[in-house]
Design a protein around this ligand. Structure first.
Ligand code: RIB
Length: 300
């Protein structure tokens, strides 16, 4: 029987303005681009879409502007099966300027816009129940994430923090998270330790952990995934695929992990599934529109 629990995401909703280039430019350099496209994005929206397409009953709490991007993004979320609790702010919808090179690597600048006005009262509108999985990231104000996770704690839900992008104000959120997902750059920032390989990632994750039962998951791109769960260090290799665009792959991983933990999977099962889902995501352009369905993951 499918789980009655839900994935609840509080997070950003952005329109991604994506230019494809042969390589990322150096400071001060002008390069001819090869293409341009608008893609739905925002870490919160991407993670909600991933969870919903993988079968979890998913709600996104977020904020958009009263503009064309906001309307398009709401339609994209609803089409993807995400229930929306979207506040409309008197600010432009969030945007992200993204460059993607021939290897599928990217560089991103985010302009928060309406995302900056997501607040605790908006968060309070969504019911939270025991067994739900609450997911958030750091592209919305830290007090909103704190309010969200405090509700999760009170309801005996599972709080999953994707501590991205790495910002100093997020230190206070770590103690509220049952599971933290970071990449190596974010882990270096929060652990204040260099991360060069899987062993270094495990050591830094142990240093960053705030309480013994807190699970830390580190995504390492081509090096796979390392997770710390109590005394255990779980390692998973990356799947070898030809990447077209890595934008949103971390969000796909987080959304997939949340969906599987919500369905009752053990951590190892959730990590394997999330790894498979992210490997499909990187083979497609864009973020929100590159999330796979559960049928695609099942046959991968
Ligand atoms: O994680 C990828 C996302 O980061 C992009 O979709 C962009 O909008 C930024 O939020």
């Amino acid at each position: 029987m499918p789980s009655a629990n839900k994935v609840l995401v509080a997070g950003s909703v952005n329109m991604d303005l994506v230019a494809t280039v042969s390589r990322l430019p150096r400071p001060g350099e002008t390069l001819p681009g090869e293409g341009f496209a608008l893609h739905p994005g925002g870490k919160g929206a991407n993670q909600a879409v991933a969870a919903a397409k993988l079968g979890a009953a998913t709600t996104l709490v977020g904020c958009v502007g009263e503009d064309a991007f906001g309307k398009d993004l709401r339609a994209h979320l609803l089409d993807s099966g995400v229930a929306c609790s979207l506040k409309v702010a008197d600010l432009p919808t969030g945007t992200a300027m993204i460059l993607v090179d021939e290897e599928g690597e990217n560089s991103i600048v985010v302009i928060p816009g309406a995302n900056a006005s997501l607040d605790a009262p908006a968060i309070a509108e969504v019911p939270v129940r025991a067994g739900d999985v609450l997911v958030s990231q750091l592209e919305i104000p830290v007090p909103a994430v704190a309010a969200f996770f405090e509700r999760g704690r009170a309801a005996k839900a599972l709080n999953l923090l994707n501590a991205a992008p790495a910002i100093a104000g997020a230190n206070d959120l770590w103690p509220l998270a049952d599971v933290v997902v970071v990449n190596e750059v974010e882990l270096e920032f929060f652990a204040k330790k260099p991360v060069r390989d899987r062993r270094g990632a495990a050591n830094a994750a142990i240093a960053a952990r705030r309480f013994p039962r807190q699970i830390i998951v580190v995504t390492l791109g081509r090096e796979g995934v390392v997770a710390i769960d109590g005394e255990r260090v779980i390692e998973r290799p990356a799947r070898v695929v030809q990447a077209v665009d890595t934008t949103g792959a971390g969000d796909c991983f987080v959304g997939a992990l949340a969906a599987r933990l919500c369905a009752g999977d053990r951590l190892e099962e959730g990590l394997d599934y999330a790894n498979k889902a992210a490997a499909i995501c990187v083979q497609r352009p864009g973020a929100g529109s590159s999330m796979p369905t559960s049928m695609e993951v099942d046959v991968a």
